[in-house]
Design a protein around this ligand. Structure first.
Ligand SMILES: Cc1cc2nc3c(=O)[nH]c(=O)nc-3n(C[C@H](O)[C@H](O)[C@H](O)COP(=O)(O)O)c2cc1C
Length: 189
């Protein structure tokens, strides 16, 4: 797997899924392999703030996130498609991000070295047209990328998307997502 595509929304035919699918289509059109992760199908516990990080071992909680650490850390690129909930990121992705505290600790203690050069992309949708909501989400995603070894490389934000599938009428957004996928594929080589 070269690109890890993380789908955040519980709406499996939702706007962020459609956008991320278009990005994925751009990536796979260039022969790059993709693994899709649907967060709503995973059981992810909340971080318990344990102060311990051990070399060679990630979080002590046992749930569906355990295999995700290796997927994120070994991917050549990551793309996240998410709606805005209450002015920021949904709990589904925030739970995953908080659980990367063990990765942050491992880097802090020198057990793990990452260069933060791999590209990370964020696609966001919201019903309103609030730029500040997107900035909130972007700030958290940037922080996550920097912890997990990625550089914030590209983004697309589509406001005014309320009902499932609204984005299908925004051919411009669909095309931009595909183009971002093409650019990302170049960086996965
Ligand atoms: C719990 C919840 C909270 C939401 N909060 C916001 C919000 O703060 N601002 C906004 O513009 N849209 C908000 N929305 C609307 C979604 O962002 C919007 O419907 C989006 O298109 C959903 O993306 P999806 O189709 O990929 O699930 C919220 C939706 C839900 C379910």
């Amino acid at each position: 797997m070269e690109l890890l595509a993380i789908y955040v929304s519980p709406r499996l035919q939702g706007n962020s899924r459609i956008l991320l699918d278009n990005l994925v289509a751009g990536v796979t059109s260039q022969g790059i392999s993709v693994e899709r992760l649907f967060l709503s199908q995973l059981n992810i516990k909340f971080c318990q703030a344990c102060p311990i990080s051990e070399p060679g071992r990630w979080c002590r909680l046992e749930d569906d996130l355990l295999p995700v650490y290796e997927k994120v850390l070994s991917a050549k690129a990551v793309a996240i498609g998410s709606p805005i909930y209450f002015g920021s990121l949904p709990a589904q992705i925030k739970a995953l991000i908080d659980r990367f505290q063990c990765v942050w600790l491992a880097r802090e203690k020198g057990w793990l070295t990452l260069e933060n050069k791999k590209p990370g992309v964020f696609l966001g949708v919201e019903a309103s047209k609030r730029e500040d909501f997107f900035q909130n989400a972007r700030s958290i995603i940037k922080n996550f990328f920097a912890t997990a070894g990625f550089a914030y490389a590209d983004e697309l934000f589509c406001p005014g998307m309320e009902k499932e599938g609204d984005v299908l009428s925004r051919k411009d957004c669909l095309e931009i997502a595909f183009q971002i996928g093409l650019r990302l594929a170049q960086r996965c080589r």
